[in-house]
Design a protein. Structure first.
Length: 69
């Protein structure tokens, strides 16, 4: 299991401001939802905007996570 961030996002993470990090985390939630849909062999749909709890579960921008660095 990975953190679902792209190599570019991981590389730039330490230089991102919190708003940009939050946007990346929103994209991560959408990617995970899309991957789950694909794994469930359902037709892909446009993922909805992640909820605040989805984002909170991924960690707080600006804080070090226990996921990938």
């Amino acid at each position: 299991m990975g953190c679902e961030r792209t190599i570019d996002e991981i590389t730039r993470w330490s230089r991102m401001d919190n708003d940009t990090k939050l946007a990346v985390l929103q994209d991560v939630v959408a990617r995970k939802r899309a991957a789950k849909l694909n794994n469930d062999q359902q037709s892909p749909i446009t993922p909805s905007k992640p909820s605040k709890s989805d984002i909170t579960a991924l960690g707080v921008p600006g804080k070090r996570s226990t996921g990938c660095e």
